[in-house]
Ligand binder design. Sequence first.
Ligand SMILES: Cc1cc2nc3c(=O)[nH]c(=O)nc-3n(C[C@H](O)[C@H](O)[C@H](O)COP(=O)(O)OP(=O)(O)OC[C@H]3O[C@@H](n4cnc5c(N)ncnc54)[C@H](O)[C@@H]3O)c2cc1C
Length: 314
Amino acid sequence: MNRYDVIVIGGGAAGLSGATALARSRRSVLVIDDATPRNAPADGVHNYLTRDGIPPSELTAIGRQEVIGYGGEVVTGTVTTARRDGDFTVGLADGTTYLGRRLLVTTGLADVLPDVPGLAERWGKDVLHCPYCHGWEVRDQAIGVLATSAMALHQVQMFRQLSDDVTLFLHTAPELTDEQWEELAARGIPVVEGKVEQLEVEDGRLIGVRLEGGKVIPRQALAVQTTLRARSDFLAELGVEATVLETNGVVIGTAVQVDGMGATQVPGVFAAGNVTDPKAQVMSSAAAGLMAGAGINFDLITEETRLAVAARSS
Ligand SMILES: Cc1cc2nc3c(=O)[nH]c(=O)nc-3n(C[C@H](O)[C@H](O)[C@H](O)COP(=O)(O)OP(=O)(O)OC[C@H]3O[C@@H](n4cnc5c(N)ncnc54)[C@H](O)[C@@H]3O)c2cc1C
């Protein structure tokens, strides 16, 4: 069985960045990736300096080549189990297993979408979540914000920065306070009460939002809040569990807790990117992967130095 200094689980921006740092530090590195990155439905990656608009698959293809160029290995597969008995043993869905001295978990998160007919099909196209990712692309358009949590109030003000024509659909949101009604009115944001029944799509484009009762409000883009679920179930046997995240009392999802160098509470297991921080963009995920790679390298150096001292004095 192949044994590596580090097994990186997940080959997006965080994983490839960490793997590059480790390979450049002459660590043997294996990246295992099942090629389902969070931003796969999007045409391009924005806010990544020098690579603006690059298709997500192209960015990771370049990243893979950089890892391989420094002697790292990349395989395609889905990790389903991870356990420790001295080394870590990582198991794939196809039955393959690999041994590693350390793990870097960079598996990202899954966006759980609001359950509205027609919405999932438009995700990453004209159904959006993040004004920094694709807000510029829908500037000046007729934008809706589908409220399923109090986070919609924050989101609607962000999209209002990008267009004069932004409507808030209250859908399943909690009651608004007088202050919130006042803020929306002051910023020229109409509010539509009642539940949204489905999205109206024509010629492969969103054209409107249908309310219960049949009324259709024309819209070209719709922003939604997703539940952000860490992709970390396979870590349970190691004792690494994602914890529930809240912002201003609103549950927004789950994430694996790490320190500033990406170390989890379980020795030898590091994590970075969206699996630890749902707010992380591609560039900040890459940066976190780099820091975790550095953290792992130093952890290994510490262990190797301790063993060398013990060997020298025995
Ligand atoms: C529609 C959309 C558009 C976006 N656009 C932008 C944008 O323009 N700019 C921006 O900065 N951010 C954007 N984002 C956010 C961006 O997707 C994340 O910040 C980024 O993907 C996080 O990088 P990551 O490496 O942590 O995770 P990911 O990129 O999600 O990579 C995780 C990798 O791990 C792999 N993986 C997961 N589980 C397993 C497993 N069990 N076994 C093996 N492999 C596994 C996946 O296949 C994937 O390749 C967008 C998000 C969405 C949803």
